[in-house]
Design a protein around this ligand. Structure first.
Ligand SMILES: [Fe+2]
Length: 115
């Protein structure tokens, strides 16, 4: 069970160039590549600074939204999995893809990209 309150505010860092290591290691990084089936979206945590992956401090889940709709969710285990997930999506051009991750100690963090 998570130690971080699930109803904690969503952290969305507006300017990663001004972010510190704490923000960098929690903010999801979104990569998008065109593939035959659609767009391959890969989310990793964190941004230039790796997040701990220990039994008592880890990323519990990563969720993807297209606009306001949840389109994929990955539940993760500490140590046995690494917080890097990929899925192929089919969305209209201009759709905002948002990735939200949950750290068991530090709550909810998000990033978004327009595809
Ligand atoms: Fe954390």
């Amino acid at each position: 069970m998570s130690d971080a309150p699930i109803l904690a505010p969503l952290n969305l860092v507006a300017d990663m160039s001004a972010a510190g290591d704490f923000e960098k290691k929690h903010t999801p990084h979104i990569d998008v590549d065109e593939v035959d089936e659609g767009l391959l979206v890969t989310v990793s945590v964190g941004w230039e600074v790796p997040h701990p992956n220990q039994p008592d401090h880890y990323i519990t889940w990563i969720e993807l939204l297209a606009g306001e709709a949840s389109i994929a969710r990955f539940d993760l285990s500490p140590v046995a999995t690494v917080p890097v997930v990929s899925v192929v999506v089919n969305v209209d051009p201009g759709t905002v893809i948002r990735a939200i991750e949950h750290c068991n100690l530090h709550g909810l963090w998000a990033a978004e990209i327009t595809v």
